[in-house]
Design a protein around this ligand. Sequence first.
Ligand code: MN
Length: 193
Amino acid sequence: MFKLIDLPYSLEALEPVISARTMEFHYGKHHKAYVDNLNNLIKGTEYENLTLEDIIRTSIGTFFHNAGQVLNHNYYFQQFAPANSIKRKEPQGPLAQQIIKQWGSFEAFKEEFVKEGLAVFGSGWVWLDASNDGFLQINQEAGANNPIARGLKPILTFDVWEHAYYLDYQNRRADQLKALWEIVNWEKVEKRY
Ligand code: MN
């Protein structure tokens, strides 16, 4: 049985970047539904006692879609913090060094990340992921796909399904992507690298 993660902040804490109303639906309904669907699906199957990661690595179809969406939203919601609680709006340490090495500057990295997020056609995700040797990549993923399915380490992700932003930004996906930098908790994201 999988459990819906607890949020490290209250539903209104990410306003105005993400409204309480969006959180009520995105976390309280969409994320929860993926957890509930997955638990119903795996009951009595070979997947029942696997980790989320192992289900993602070994399944296809509806098992993969629901497990992927549980994991993607776990990464998404856990990487944020209220804007006024964040001490620095950029990474430090090895992750920062590798970003500078590959993109030249943190600003250039952010621009590329937003551009890739905007270019995802339909529902999906934009990810920063790392291979075993530490090389970083920005990847678009369709639907429930994620770096775990491809043997990569997930670092940062922005959700570009319309349910992530439509209540607050309607069709303005770019506005949501640009605003999300305000609430990224880099201390947490750095530890994933
Ligand atoms: Mn979502």
